[in-house]
Design a protein. Structure first.
Length: 888
């Protein structure tokens, strides 16, 4: 034997290797034979037993069903091949009706395939125990009506299913393409979701077993009341549970739930899962993208979040521990926070950078809102050159107590572009705040804000503000404010609004209560200095509407109490202008009091005390007492818009007036005067006066040359005039000039209806001219010589200003006319009671006699109580001297 043959012999495998190959060959043959035997047995069972198995299974199912199941017999199959090594009864195109007693019930579900799978060996033993269920292509409609009746209890409870020859001994459930529509009308809940794939594995019939679930879902909608909490979200769930049916209890060994890109870990256990379960459950999220977290916020609460993009990390760790029942709540604890987040305004490309926040929540030792606490710590962020930091703690979320701090500096233009306040068109300037605040919830809920504590400073610099739909803008606003417990001290607050300017200094009392809760009172104690105030601009509601008309709107809040010392250089309202205005303005109980104010206007001065009563929201009662000194009459008529009449206007009258005026009127919130409710009493003296081109004088041209009546000059005119019920009552007055004296009395309505008695006293020259020019004076009228070289002509004027009726009066008739048109002796308060029905039970308004001025004194309720009964000061118009009847 050569060398090569020797090598080949040595390379042969040992005998042990031949034995292994023979073993594999025999095993393979055994498996083939076993498979053929089982397949053959399955074929035999399927062929010989299928009718028996189907009939038995259908019979047992019908015993357990509580509703009608519709399935065609040809759609029921028994097979041992399809789900080998399990035999199965497959129901196709199944339809189940609502499990309700009504006949006109709807469809509970339809299913493409429901497969009940059995162990083949059990079938030989005639034990039809369902080991697996596979369901696919289902539309399930679960409904609960308004009173709580449901439609889904289609399966009867079995009292002894464990020993029956037909039972569910499940080890696995497979679900595919299960569409669920859940509608609870009683609770107003709606759930629509698709179970794409779901597998539940475990020995479900054992008392203790391990359950593995793996599910892929698509949530179309989860809606509670009117809020969508999840919409169009993909969910993956992988959970391993230990189940103990004796307790019963569930313990999560490993749980992961993924909503879109957010991964949550779930852990814990539930004991006594049937009634009043004891839970120890937790959810944890780590390193979650903040934008994905925000995407889970219900649309209802998103607001403007959609206008922002965010980037950063969000985390939270929450646990629920304790008994869940109608009488007891578990303890809830959660820690959460944000790390290095950026929030970007999409439209303006402004980013709030490096946002950091750490938070903690607990419902406390009582496991309820009253013991709950929310803490936000280490909050900080930057925005361009500005920064903000702060912290906040809330206790008792039923009546929240708060304790917080904030420190920030902002460029207001950047802040406005980032936040986008809807009512602001433009905003610029700087804001700097460093403040702390603290308050007790129970005190706040009862309206007691004395325990509110604030401290710190707020500074506004060079702020300009323009509101939308308003033509007026604020500019050069600067403020230095100090928080002082419940109050705000205004060290300085200056600026311009439109054509007006202001400089304010003082205190806002109870400002925290006013801000934090409705119907709280605020008291303002301040001084105001202004160079110019344009009330036309301030009171106009100038909404930039097509063809919209500017409207005034004046209303007072019952919760605002103001005491304002004012010093105004110039003020304009409609056609009225005034300078050097100084005085005290008060606002209390919806009443504005001016007590007193002195101003320069129309070439003279006015000192006035007054009240604007806004108690009735539909109207204002305006009353005032004024001392007028050396006012230019022409400018006065112009400034007060001719007092709402046209008989004598600023075009017709000249002179300097000194007067005492009582005025009252009802005015609408739009400042339109109710002429039926207007009263004025004027005790006046006019020096160096002129009446020019007065229509009522021109109408006497029939009796005297027109040129003699066009311009009447006089040195002094004294009278007391009353305006009431739209009637101007003029007692006897005498206009003396070197050429003609006119004595007249009568009434003149706002509709220009007149009723005058007139005596014309002409000097010798005019008497001759009148006789020569108007010969009818001798023919139709009585012309008398007064013994002083003057000739008297007696006339009556009725009709209207436009169409006067002028007649001669007989001397004897005029001699019997009494002076019944004098102003009555009465106080303004009595007039208000009589004419307006005001102050019938009110002692807050009284007037005092003063040698130099008429002053309005406002007595608040406490003052009225302190004043002795019956001692009421009154201000009266000066009573005219009693005179004998005088013939004209």
């Amino acid at each position: 034997m050569d060398t090569e043959d020797q090598i080949n012999l040595n390379s042969l495998p040992p005998k042990k290797s031949f034995w292994f190959l023979r073993f594999l060959k025999r095993l393979f043959i055994f498996l083939i034979i076993s498979f053929m035997l089982i397949a053959g047995a399955g074929f035999v069972i399927g062929y010989y037993y299928q009718d028996e198995v189907k009939e038995y299974v259908i019979g047992e199912l019908n015993k357990q069903l509580n509703t009608e199941i519709i399935v065609d017999g040809k759609d029921i199959d028994f097979t041992v091949i399809k789900n080998f090594p399990y035999a199965s009864v497959d129901f196709k195109n199944v339809k189940a009706m609502d499990a309700i007693p009504q006949k006109n019930n709807d469809t509970l579900f339809t299913a493409g395939v429901i497969s009940l799978q059995f162990n083949i060996i059990d079938i030989f033993k005639e034990n039809y125990w369902v080991k697996k269920i596979a369901i696919s292509d289902v539309d399930l409609n679960v409904r609960i009506d308004e009173v709580g009746n449901d439609n889904y209890h289609f399966w009867k409870e079995s009292k002894d299913s464990a020993t029956a020859s037909f039972a569910f001994s499940l080890e696995k459930i497979d679900l595919k393409r299960i569409r669920i529509n859940y509608k609870d009308k009683k609770a107003n809940h709606t759930i629509r979701l698709l179970v794409k794939n779901s597998t539940l594995s475990g020995n479900f019939s054992d008392e203790k077993y391990s359950l593995q679930t793996n599910s892929e879902l698509f949530v179309e909608q989860i809606k509670i009341d009117s809020t969508n909490y999840l919409r169009k979200k993909n969910i993956l769930a992988e959970v391993e549970l230990d189940v103990d049916n004796n307790l019963p209890s569930y313990k999560i060994r490993d749980g992961k739930i993924k909503i879109e890109d957010l991964l949550f870990e779930v852990f814990g256990n539930v004991v006594n899962a049937g009634n009043d379960p004891l839970v120890n459950f937790g959810v944890r999220g780590k390193n979650m993208d903040i934008s994905s977290v925000l995407s889970l916020i219900p649309t209802k609460y998103k607001g403007k979040i959609k206008d922002y993009e965010s980037d950063g990390e969000f985390y939270f760790d929450a646990t629920i521990q304790g008994t869940v029942s109608a009488k007891q709540s578990p303890q809830i604890v959660a820690d959460f926070g944000v790390k290095k987040a950026d929030i970007k305004s999409v439209s303006d490309n402004i980013t709030l950078k490096s946002v950091t926040l750490k938070g903690h929540y607990s419902n406390g030792n009582k496991n309820a809102d009253e013991s709950s606490m929310l803490t936000l710590q280490n909050f900080s962020a930057m925005i361009e050159q500005g920064a903000v930091e702060g912290e906040l703690q809330l206790k008792d979320l039923d009546n929240p107590s708060f304790n917080g701090k904030v420190k920030a500096n902002f460029d207001l233009s950047v802040l406005q572009r980032f936040v986008k306040i809807d009512t602001i068109e433009t905003l610029s300037g700087k804001l700097n705040i460093n403040a702390a605040f603290k308050g007790d919830g129970k005190s706040l809920s009862s309206g007691n804000y004395e325990n509110v504590s604030t401290s710190g400073d707020l500074i506004i610099a060079d702020m300009d503000l323009k509101l939308k739909n308003n033509s007026m803008s604020f500019s050069a606003i600067n403020g230095d404010f100090k928080f002082d417990n419940n109050d705000l001290a205004v060290n300085s607050f200056t600026g311009n609004f439109g054509k007006s300017d202001f400089a304010l200094k003082g205190f806002f009392r109870n400002i925290m209560g006013f801000i934090l809760k409705e119907n709280q009172d605020i008291t303002v104690e301040a001084s105001l200095v202004s160079k110019n105030i344009d009330l036309n601009e301030l009171l106009a509601n100038k909404e930039e509407d097509a063809g919209a008309k500017s409207k005034y709107k004046l209303k007072f809040s019952e919760h605002i109490d103001v005491e304002l010392n004012s010093e105004i250089g110039h003020l304009v309202f409609r056609k009225f202008e005034a300078t050097n205005i100084k005085g005290l303005v008060k606002l209390r109980d919806k009443k504005m009091i001016v007590d007193p104010i002195k101003l320069s206007t129309m070439g003279g001065t006015i000192t006035t005390s007054g009240l604007v009563d806004g108690t009735d929201s539909t109207k204002l009662l305006v009353t005032c007492f004024s001392d007028v000194t050396r006012i230019n009459v022409t400018r006065m008529f112009e400034g007060f818009e001719n007092f709402g009449q046209s008989a004598i206007t600023d075009k017709n009258i000249k002179g300097m007036i000194t007067a005492k005026v009582q005025f009252a009127s009802v005015v609408s919130p739009e400042l339109d005067i109710d002429l039926d409710k207007l009263y004025a009493g004027v005790d006046m003296t006019i020096d160096n006066g002129e009446l020019n081109n007065v229509e009522s004088m021109k109408s006497m041209s029939r009796f005297i040359e027109l040129q003699d009546l066009e311009n009447i000059r006089f040195s002094t005119l004294k009278n007391q005039i009353e305006i009431k019920d739209q009637v101007i009552s003029i007692p006897r007055m005498e206009v003396r000039s070197n050429a003609i004296n006119i004595t007249a009395s009568g009434t003149h309505t706002f509709n220009n209806e007149i009723n005058y008695k007139v005596k014309l006293s002409l000097n010798e020259l005019l008497s001759k001219k009148a006789k020569n020019a108007k010969k009818e004076n001798d023919e139709f009228g009585e012309i008398a010589d007064d013994g002083l070289g003057r000739t008297n002509i007696f006339l009556s004027m009725t009709g209207t200003v436009e169409k006067p009726i002028i007649k001669y009066d007989s001397k004897s008739a005029i001699q019997n006319v009494k002076q019944d048109l004098k102003v009555e002796k009465q106080s303004l308060k009595a007039i208000l009671k009589e004419e307006f029905g005001m102050f019938k039970k009110d002692s807050t308004l009284s007037t005092k006699k003063s040698p130099g001025e008429a002053k309005l004194t406002i007595k608040w309720e406490e003052d009225a109580k302190a004043q002795p009964s019956g001692k009421t000061d009154k201000k009266e118009l000066k009573k005219p001297k009693k005179e004998e009847p005088e013939d004209f």
